[in-house]
Ligand binder design. Structure first.
Ligand code: PLP
Length: 457
């Protein structure tokens, strides 16, 4: 005979301890983010003493009582104010999941944000945030060049859905963007968001976050910054007045080229609005990638610092190389204004750079790329391994040629995401590939002469 009454009275552990916040996670006030990435927002007692948070690979969560289930739903749908001392109960993994919650707690620390939300990709973070924050008939003003997916979203997809978009060059001054916002206001389609990607992909030119945030606020708009390229160590847009920071966590935050994820960070009020759209669009991250990201965050400082140091050495070496025309690297600003912006908003140059080959077109650039052996010939960035690519024919292939020329994406430009290999090996690898451009040219010339001789004899 089954004793149903006894079963219902079985002792509760694990997840229930988390719900009661028993024990509470320590606060660790005043510590650096890297000290907290192994522990913040979690206590082993919640999960049988497991030092690492387990992967909560579940779609749904059991309520202890029907009353509890009712209360969680009332909170989730905003039908009843939540008692701030009671944690939000777990309901269903599209709404909430412990791995996502612990990860969101930790991500807040790098950008000193009040709240964060994690997404299934960088693009879902960007598109969900814009859909949540920009009503139909209002406008997004955005910097160019910008990541290709974001470009397509802003150029085609959002306008098809009734959102107005206007671009400006990444090097534009705040006054120029102010003028665009005035025009939009006069046209009855006011700016709701100024969207920046700085440094810009792939030309690395920087936009003044503080200046653009001021313009946004003057017009009652929000300033959103895609901080993927610099990563969270060397640029903290919220400190400069931005309202929301976005990341493709696929890059530096994930750092191992083995997951796809996105993040939005900002005030509790903004993140709550974005999270409502995330829940309904279903653009949240899944538990395994959230768990992988927590693993990655433990080494974020080490990895990103190493990439930056390597990039500084490589940039300094490339500048001196006779086969290199120009190096685009935030640490080597090309104008006084770029230097001013760099010093105002960055505390380091990051690990991304681009360079133009001298006297080269696509053929020479491909010859160089085909001879790079240590770095992988691949798009994406921010991983432990170096990645090299050709923006004109790869990441920015959909940008019309005239537009490519206008924003500085030439056939001779290559983009390098510097990894954590030994810098001497990376330099040796690049040196070999640069030498091959002319060696192969000589070989081709010899073959041509030989075949000409054969024909004439
Ligand atoms: N933002 C930037 C600057 C990117 O480079 C990318 C992707 O390369 C994205 C956003 C989109 O991120 P995801 O590929 O994770 O959707």
């Amino acid at each position: 005979m089954i004793k149903w009454g006894n079963l219902l009275a079985a002792p509760t552990r694990g997840i229930n301890m988390r719900k009661k916040r028993d024990p509470m996670p320590p606060k660790y006030e005043g510590m650096h983010p890297e000290s907290l990435m192994m522990s913040y927002g979690y206590v082993p007692a919640w999960s049988e003493g497991s030092v690492k948070p387990p992967i909560f690979q579940t779609s749904t969560f059991a309520f202890e009582t029907a009353e509890e289930g009712k209360e969680f739903f009332q909170w989730a749908y905003g039908l009843k104010e939540r008692d701030p001392d009671k944690p939000m109960g777990l309901i269903y993994s599209r709404l909430n999941n412990p791995d996502l919650e612990i990860l969101e707690e930790r991500l807040k620390l790098w950008d000193e944000a009040e709240a964060s939300a994690v997404f299934s990709s960088g693009m879902s973070a960007i598109s969900t945030s814009l859909l949540a924050l920009v009503p139909i008939g209002e406008a997004v003003v955005f910097s160019r060049p910008i990541y290709g997916g974001t470009d397509l979203l802003l150029e085609t997809i959002l306008p098809e859905r009734g959102i107005v978009t206007r671009e400006f060059r990444a090097r534009s001054e705040p006054e120029e963007v102010d003028a665009i916002c005035e025009e939009l206001k006069a046209a009855g389609t006011p700016a709701k968001v100024i969207f920046l990607e700085t440094p810009a992909n792939p030309t690395m030119c920087m936009t003044d976050i503080g200046g653009m945030a001021e313009v946004a606020h003057k017009h009652g708009a929000l300033c959103l910054v895609d901080n993927t390229f610099m990563g969270p160590l060397y640029q903290k847009p919220l400190k400069h007045g931005a309202d929301l920071v976005l990341y493709s966590a696929t890059k530096y935050l994930g750092g191992h080229s083995d997951l796809v994820a996105g993040v939005a960070l900002g005030s509790c009020e903004l993140i709550e609005r974005v999270k409502l759209y995330r829940t309904i669009l279903g653009t949240m991250l899944e538990p395994f990638s959230a768990w992988l990201l927590m693993r990655s965050l433990e080494t974020a400082k080490l990895r990103i610092t190493c990439s930056r140091k390597n990039a500084e050495k490589i940039a300094a070496w490339l500048v001196e190389h006779p086969r290199v025309e120009k190096v685009h690297f935030p640490g080597l600003p090309d104008t006084a204004r770029q230097k001013e912006i760099y010093e105002k908003q960055c505390t380091g140059p990051g690990g991304m750079l681009a360079f133009e080959l001298r006297d080269a077109g696509e053929k020479e650039a491909f010859r160089f790329l085909n001879n790079v052996k240590l770095a992988k010939l691949a798009v994406s960035l921010g991983g432990t391994e170096s990645l090299i690519e050709h923006p004109a024919t790869m990441t920015h292939a959909d940008v019309p040629v005239e537009e490519q020329e206008a924003i500085g994406i030439t056939p001779a430009l290559v983009r390098l995401s510097v990894g954590i290999e030994h810098p001497d090996d990376l330099i040796s690898c690049l040196s070999y590939a640069l030498d091959q451009i002319d060696t192969e040219e000589d070989d081709e010339a010899e073959v041509a002469v030989a075949s000409h001789d054969e024909e004439s004899s």
